[in-house]
Write a protein that binds this ligand. Sequence first.
Ligand code: HEC
Ligand code: HEC
Ligand code: HEC
Ligand code: HEC
Ligand code: HEC
Ligand code: HEC
Ligand code: HEC
Ligand code: HEC
Ligand code: HEC
Ligand code: HEC
Ligand code: HEC
Ligand code: HEC
Length: 285
Amino acid sequence: MNRLLTTLKMVTLSALLMGMTVMAAGAAEEPKLVLSNTDCVKCHSAAPAAIAANGSAHKTEIGCQDCHNGHPPTVKKIIPACSQCHSDKPHYKLVNCQRCHTNPHTPKIIKLPKDITAECLTCHTKQNEKLKQFKSKHSALSCSFCHSTHGKIPLCTQCHKSHSPDMLVGDCKRCHQAHMPKVVTYTSDTANSLCASCHKQASVLHSKTDTKHNKVSCVACHKDKHKMVPSCQTCHGAPHPARIMARFNKCSYCHNIAHDLNRWEPEAPKKTGAAVKQAPKAVKK
Ligand code: HEC
Ligand code: HEC
Ligand code: HEC
Ligand code: HEC
Ligand code: HEC
Ligand code: HEC
Ligand code: HEC
Ligand code: HEC
Ligand code: HEC
Ligand code: HEC
Ligand code: HEC
Ligand code: HEC
């Protein structure tokens, strides 16, 4: 019964397709079946519509029949392999292209499965080099854990809280890079308030001092890289005669600490104390 139906369908289809026949040169010859790309839409709606809307290069560079060579029942297998046309790059050696390029008629509409890393490396290598060289907890995450849609850059605050309410999402990049987040560096225009998020005491002392260090920014002294501590001499050279320095070989004997310069009261703090550890834990998705 089924077979009969199928046969009937095929016969009908053959007849229908014949309707689109273009006669070969001689009238006496067998009619030759020639389908053109404009015929497909008469029986198929989804594929032509998808191609028209989002076919990209599969619309502009090729036509239906470059991929679908022939038609059932005459030709049985007309679904092309991607490798028929894409074969010369590492990216084209991946298995099951349609995992991501879910519809060949809309090749640029890409859906990334979960936990993709190796596949990204067929095109992007720099980011992975950083993740591997500068180990952090980000190194253990897959690329698509953060980039869930191709090309989309996530905000740090999607997964983390800011160090303080006045630190905005745009500030994160002043100090962190996503692919090496533990290497904290910054430029010379970084505001004192950003350091203050974690270093309350240093900031209070520094903002209160009435010496000229008040006008020197945190990052002018703690230059470029987090935890860098300058020596006084880098900026001041040798301001006093050597014979004085021979007796008092530390600037702090007379000047106290950089944040609280020239405070000679006996109770002056030597250190402003450890940073307030405020950074919140990341939230897993
Ligand atoms: C007269 C109607 C008709 C026209 C015109 C037509 N098709 Fe089809 N096509 C069908 C039918 C019916 C089937 C289902 C055949 C089957 O299942 O055996 C089909 C199946 C297909 C398939 C699926 C084959 C498979 O293996 O799953 C593709 C691909 C296809 N057509 C492409 C085309 C292209 C490309 C054109 C234009 C060049 C075209 N068709 C023109 C009726 C048509
Ligand atoms: C880049 C190659 C390519 C081009 C160009 C292309 N197709 Fe396809 N088509 C495929 C592949 C591959 C499949 C199999 C899809 C699958 O397995 O999910 C397919 C499936 C189909 C099918 C059967 C499944 C369905 O979606 O209904 C039809 C019908 C079809 N194509 C028609 C067309 C028509 C009509 C055009 C031109 C407007 C066209 N295709 C252009 C590669 C192509
Ligand atoms: C008949 C040849 C042919 C087949 C089969 C084919 N493609 Fe293509 N494809 C092309 C051509 C030609 C281009 C444009 C030039 C290029 O990018 O290489 C292209 C471009 C693309 C693009 C980029 C689109 C753009 O606009 O930049 C993607 C993605 C793509 N193909 C994926 C696939 C996938 C996935 C398959 C298998 C399902 C496939 N192709 C099968 C010929 C083909
Ligand atoms: C893990 C997901 C994934 C898989 C699997 C995958 N691709 Fe891609 N492909 C992409 C992404 C992402 C792009 C980049 C798109 C862009 O540039 O916007 C892309 C781009 C392309 C392009 C256009 C750019 C270029 O470099 O040529 C082609 C062609 C292509 N893929 C073909 C294929 C083929 C063929 C396969 C299977 C052998 C395949 N893809 C498997 C994700 C994937
Ligand atoms: C076939 C090659 C290809 C593959 C595979 C690929 N990409 Fe891309 N990707 C590109 C191209 C091309 C661009 C656009 C480059 C540009 O605009 O500078 C891009 C852009 C991006 C961007 C945005 C860059 C920016 O500056 O805005 C991100 C993020 C990205 N890809 C991440 C990924 C991730 C994650 C994967 C794996 C899931 C991946 N890509 C797979 C080729 C690819
Ligand atoms: C999609 C989620 C996601 C995004 C977006 C994200 N992170 Fe993370 N991040 C995590 C996870 C998960 C961890 C590990 C947390 C844990 O195990 O406690 C982490 C850990 C960290 C760590 C600690 C690293 C270590 O080894 O101790 C830093 C620093 C960090 N993230 C900074 C950032 C910055 C800065 C951004 C933006 C450039 C960012 N993150 C974007 C998910 C994310
Ligand atoms: C923890 C989340 C996270 C992970 C994991 C991650 N990225 Fe990113 N990626 C980002 C953020 C955020 C940016 C924006 C740039 C920045 O803040 O440093 C970015 C930027 C990019 C860019 C744009 C160019 C650039 O370097 O700035 C590309 C391409 C990219 N990532 C690819 C990848 C690839 C490939 C992987 C896996 C090897 C990956 N990313 C892993 C969060 C992540
Ligand atoms: C002024 C520099 C600076 C800015 C701006 C900054 N951070 Fe940090 N961040 C740090 C330093 C320094 C550490 C390391 C603290 C430590 O060693 O415990 C850190 C640590 C982290 C950690 C890991 C802490 C933990 O407990 O796991 C996360 C997550 C983080 N930052 C996210 C962010 C986010 C999100 C932003 C933007 C809202 C941001 N950071 C802005 C300097 C900065
Ligand atoms: C996310 C919190 C955080 C931010 C923001 C932050 N730090 Fe720190 N900082 C720390 C932690 C934690 C330590 C280690 C404290 C300890 O070991 O007692 C530290 C230590 C230091 C040290 C001491 C290094 C040493 O060897 O004693 C200096 C100097 C320093 N930070 C300067 C800065 C400057 C300048 C900024 C602003 C650009 C800044 N920090 C931003 C958390 C932070
Ligand atoms: C990054 C450079 C830098 C470093 C490091 C530095 N200073 Fe200064 N210091 C300055 C500048 C700039 C001034 C103001 C000079 C002026 O305006 O004449 C200053 C002024 C002073 C003054 C005069 C204060 C006043 O109000 O008249 C003293 C004393 C001093 N520094 C001591 C120190 C000591 C001690 C250290 C080490 C603990 C130190 N400085 C580290 C840049 C620095
Ligand atoms: C004039 C240079 C200078 C400026 C400006 C400066 N520091 Fe310092 N900082 C130092 C020096 C030098 C030390 C080492 C202790 C000492 O000898 O005074 C130090 C020590 C520290 C320490 C570790 C010891 C402690 O006191 O906790 C932290 C944290 C710190 N500074 C943060 C900051 C922050 C935050 C700012 C801005 C609000 C800042 N510093 C401004 C020079 C400076
Ligand atoms: C024996 C105590 C003593 C020591 C040690 C000492 N200073 Fe001074 N320093 C002074 C006195 C006193 C002044 C003058 C204060 C004034 O004139 O108001 C002074 C002034 C300065 C000034 C300001 C000069 C000016 O022209 O305004 C700087 C800068 C300075 N010292 C840096 C240093 C540095 C750097 C060290 C360590 C290498 C250091 N001092 C060690 C006592 C000392």
